[in-house]
Design a protein around this ligand. Sequence first.
Ligand code: NZQ
Ligand code: ZN
Length: 389
Amino acid sequence: MENFTFQNPVKLIFGKDQLGALPNEISKYGNKILLLYGGGSIKKNGVYDRIMESLAGDNLETIELSGVEPNPKLSTIKRAVDVCKSENIDFILAVGGGSVIDAAKAVAIGAQNDADVWDLITKKERPSGALPFGTVVTLASAGSEMNASSVITNWETKEKKGWSSPFTYSKFSILDPTFTYSVPPEQTTFGIVDIMAHVLENYFHHSLNTPVQDGLCETILKDLLETGPRLLENPDSYALRETVMLNAVLARNGMLNMGSKGDWATHDLEHAVSAIHDIPHAGGISILFPNWMKHVLDEQNEARFKQLAVNVFSVSPEGKSNHDVALEGIEALRNFWNLLGAPQNLSEYNLTEEEIEAIADKSVEAKPAYGKFKKLTRHDSFQILKASL
Ligand code: NZQ
Ligand code: ZN
């Protein structure tokens, strides 16, 4: 294993009917709240009314800001930072999926510092703290509720930037699986794809002596193979929704990379795609991941691909070369995501050959090579993108 330090201060409040905890949890930090949410799903599914009910009568004043978009935009973050500053907001309550939670992290840091929020995100300026914030999760996917990471898109510079800070852990996260009943099938699929991708990013590493970490990854993946198709058939199943919700947290709260260094090249490449052409994060991941796997598979690393194929996808290794077993595993992953209805080609989002040149450039803008399991250059990015078109 690699040396590591692990600290995760987020208080998770998981299960049915937990909103009653909100007033107590919030009033530790003040009484003027910014309620941040997305495009309105929380109004349609009743979550908004339940939040307002639980906040009523506790001397809490709420100001709302809605319209946080999937792949949250810097312009929206700046609008929210201005509101926090002009209204002297004490606490941000983010209600939604990864986009709203990621936005809250950026708003929290922008509101507490004089520097421009993009300079804080891109680390040109150092933050001295952040406004406290909490989350109510409505979508099992990004796992942002129990980590310090955030992804923000600056459309002026065409950058989709992943960043984190020690100040961007939420004070609490409330996860009620019933709030995810209304997630439509396509978004449910995207959630499962993204969670599996987070596990796979952690799984592809070269660190030694990691049977526990690898076993945890394999367990989550197998659980999702089993749960995913049943959940699409039974979207109101509490048991299936809670399973996926917990897996989303475990895949991204730092537990899976204790002592190992995962790859994350596919996420970097997806961020380059979305910076040029706005597509759903997990849509891009679903297209790119199997092509990344095929691209990097070689004699030195095929044992790990074989382990995935055999332990997760039950590929029989009998009488086959390691390479063939590895390829069967990649095919099994592709087939599973197809079965869930996830996209397979970038052209499904109308991406063009011209755009993939620009995406390949973008993928190496920050540094000439990226990815830890196997270093990728611009040429590699282009090959993977071309195979994905
Ligand atoms: O905006 P509303 O109206 O709320 O609708 C959302 C949105 O359209 C909808 N939705 C959410 N909860 C719902 C619901 N619809 C019906 N019922 C509900 N209960 O779902 C749509 C997508 O939401 P979004 O928050 O964008 O999805 P997700 O949670 O997958 O987050 C994606 C973002 O997270 C970033 C991605 O880059 C992307 O910007 N990521 C953040 C990570 C992190 N912070 O650790 C890691 C991830 O790899 C990812 O990169
Ligand atoms: Zn992701």
